[in-house]
Write a protein that binds this ligand. Sequence first.
Ligand SMILES: NC(=O)c1ccc[n+]([C@@H]2O[C@H](COP(=O)([O-])OP(=O)(O)OC[C@H]3O[C@@H](n4cnc5c(N)ncnc54)[C@H](O)[C@@H]3O)[C@@H](O)[C@H]2O)c1
Length: 368
Amino acid sequence: MDRILITGGAGFIGSHTADALATRGYRIRILDNLAPPVHTGKWPKYVLGKGYELLRGDVRKKGSWRRALRGVSFVYHLAAYQDQRLDFSTFFETNTVSTAILYELIVGERLPVRKVILASSQFVYGDGEYRCAHSRGTTFYPELRSLGQLKNKQWNILCPHGKKARNIPFREDQRVLPTNSYGLSKFALENAGLRLGKTYNIPTVALRYSIVQGPRQSPRNLYSGALRIFVSQAVAGVPITVYEDGHATRDFVNIDDVVKANLAVLKNSKADFQIFNVGGGRAYDVLDFAREVKEITGSPSEIIVGGFRRTDTRHAVSDISKLKKLGWRPRFDTERSIKTYAKWFLKEGFEKTLDRKNLLGLRKGIPR
Ligand SMILES: NC(=O)c1ccc[n+]([C@@H]2O[C@H](COP(=O)([O-])OP(=O)(O)OC[C@H]3O[C@@H](n4cnc5c(N)ncnc54)[C@H](O)[C@@H]3O)[C@@H](O)[C@H]2O)c1
């Protein structure tokens, strides 16, 4: 059976993808550097004892890729530098340059890789496209909301005439406007992979995941978002803190649906050289999501609304009709994500490692 390389396979999406591919008979090789904060330098137990080849290495290094690519038919390139840090170049080295090295080796060493699947992100869209409410049909691409606007609690994006505007779900063929180094590096990796793939006839697919949720999402990874933060706060019994007015929206997607999307594009040649959104298919108010976490965990925590983060987008919802045309559709809602995540969180004993002071600090609206 074919061997599949999964970079970042010790992580959240990679390890679930590995498990699903292994049950379908594929031989799994994982390349991961096990770096903090996601890991503690050791292989997580969920990848051990399953017959996976585990290579510790760094996707920024050609030598690691060379070892990892031996005898591989398919590659999922999921390893990434995430977060909102100021070492801008690390995003490009880990996410973009790594992708260039991958193609350099496939082409230069004539490796028989039959397809590359690249992890991109909804983040490439920034705030996306909006439609003015007062002049129907006029659309615009807003800049990030200004600090002044946020300080004045004007959470909603207004049209250039200062009137109400509505967000349009992100489509793969629209203009993208990444607002940080992470998004920029992801857009660059899509371009590099799709262009080099086309030129050298290496089928390539880029998947723009929305916020993915489920067990194995590292509680130490500050980038892992609302589910980790809300569950940690709920379990610790400290206030659950929701930014802005709570009415920002996100199309959270469950990990099992993301794994199915990863598998759906593997053997389908209609997916080749394409970009697909992978989202939950509906917009959730972040405040409703916090209430759901409180209810499911049975937490006494109160929910506090307020504060903001400088570079947050107001609405992030993807149009998923393109991937649906290939037969994929999301099946699971946030209830499943919260239940499975909270159960795993408690089973692993993460509640014992929570720093209450730090959890309370989460609502200070750290500028990012
Ligand atoms: N989880 C989400 O909500 C989400 C949303 C959009 C896009 N994505 C993308 O999906 C992919 C997987 O994300 P995830 O949530 O599983 O993240 P994760 O942090 O759980 O997994 C990423 C893995 O990559 C490894 N890694 C990081 N730098 C590396 C390097 N230099 N060399 C080798 N390995 C390295 C990490 O150790 C980790 O195991 C990433 O590319 C991410 O940008 C995730």
